[in-house]
Design a protein around this ligand. Structure first.
Ligand code: UD1
Length: 379
């Protein structure tokens, strides 16, 4: 039997790994779920395992919080002996967090086939830690599972071999579609006294937005103005909690604890507008047909703008307010990219289990660097 290690570490990983595990197991693979412990709080972790019906991880590395080097290094040091002990045929990593990169680096040196789910996304913004994680993880992966054609085009431009690249669709949307009916049964709107279409939903957690008081103050000013027109609900990420408490928030913005998976999907689904600096939420709002204003200068998910409901507003307060007003007056029409159809994880299982056996694959050592182009994006 093929043994596959699936890695998860933090909140945005859980909804991505679950359908992949299920699809692999349906096709007869033995799946070992490894949790790195990057996120550990009840509200950032346990509630997602319950809501999504993910089993208790088979192995837990307990890495916890810390600087990038500390966190990445702790995951690597704990994952290396485990990989040696488990001797899997393949390792699947998802997304772009520090745990993704840490386990990718260890796997690349240890030998099993490495598959990256969500390969090829590029913001071309090297100040984002996730961009470093994305590029480096792809570089050491054998199998690049891209959510959309634009991601595959980035990989081609960077010189990856055609046989490494597979456009499979978006696993996050597999989970969204599988759980939408259950999410719509949530009583979260009643609990917060909200009505469908009567509020905006906000999330903020990017270091560039929440770690710098000046930047956060500007965002809050813009959100305060938008809240004058449409009351806002802001579930607070632990990273932003202290600073938000220090600065205080304008009237019309209600701070609440982080939401679980089903509640958060319900909150997005009924929102008039979502304002966010998250990556995954740009995708979920597109799949739900809900207008999204992204509070960043760039996105690694441009397909949500060109083929979805996302609008990039940047971080300038006046531009954010103007963009939100425009979107409230004239919301983008719902539309959804191809292959975001709930079957991405089946395609992944097919690639991993029906493709050539792992040992016949080449390491991507023959990558040909392009002279220039989207791959050459370090300033
Ligand atoms: C991480 C990911 C980011 C992802 C985000 C989702 C990296 C580089 N960043 O950012 O891509 O979008 O998760 O949430 O991997 N904390 C808690 N409880 C927890 C976890 C964290 O209180 O369960 C607090 C700690 O103070 C910690 C801080 O949040 O230092 C940041 O956590 P960390 O995992 O380092 O980064 P995130 O900002 O969550």
């Amino acid at each position: 039997m093929t043994r596959i290690v699936c890695v998860a570490g933090a909140r945005p990983n859980y909804m991505k790994i679950k359908p992949v595990m299920d699809a692999l197991e349906r096709r007869g693979a033995e799946v070992v779920l490894v949790h790195t412990g990057q996120h550990y709080d009840e509200s950032m972790n346990d509630v997602f395992f319950r809501d999504l019906g993910i089993r208790t991880p088979d192995r837990y590395l307990g890495a916890g919080s810390g600087s990038h080097a500390q966190q990445t290094g702790r995951v690597m040091a704990a994952f290396e002996p485990l990989l040696d002990e488990l001797a899997p045929d393949a390792v699947v990593v998802v997304g772009d967090i520090n745990s993704t990169l840490a386990c990718a680096l260890v796997t690349a040196k240890a030998g099993p086939l490495l598959a990256h789910v969500e390969a090829g996304l590029r913001s071309r913004d090297w100040s984002m830690p996730e961009e470093v994680n994305r590029v480096a993880t792809d570089r050491v992966s054998d199998c690049l599972l891209a959510p959309s054609p634009d991601a595959a085009a980035n990989l081609r431009a960077e010189g990856y071999r055609e046989d490494q690249i597979h456009v499979v669709g978006n696993v996050m949307i597999d989970t969204l579609l599988a759980n939408l009916d259950r999410a719509r049964e949530s009583d979260v709107l009643d609990r917060y006294g909200l009505t469908r279409g009567g509020y905006g939903l906000v999330t903020l957690h990017r270091p560039a937005n929440v770690d710098d008081p000046q930047a956060l103050r500007g965002l809050l000013k813009a959100l305060g103005e938008i809240a004058g027109r449409c009351p806002l609900l802001l579930p607070v990420h632990p990273r932003a909690a202290e600073r938000l408490a220090e600065l205080g928030v304008p009237g019309g913005i209600r701070l609440v604890p982080p939401a679980g998976y089903l509640d958060f999907i319900a909150l997005q689904d009924s929102a008039r507008l979502v304002l966010t600096d998250s990556g995954g939420i740009q995708e979920e709002t597109t799949a739900l047909g809900v207008p999204c204003v992204t509070l960043r200068e760039n996105t690694e998910r441009p397909i949500t703008v060109s083929e979805g409901t996302n609008v990039l507003a940047g971080t300038d307060p006046e531009r954010i307010t103007a963009t939100a007003n425009r979107v409230l007056d004239d919301p983008p029409a719902p539309r959804c990219p191809e292959l975001w159809d709930g079957r991405a994880s089946d395609r992944i299982a097919r690639v991993l289990l029906d493709g050539p056996p792992a040992h016949t694959r080449l390491r991507p050592t023959d990558l040909v660097p392009p002279a220039a182009g989207p791959g050459e994006h370090r300033p």
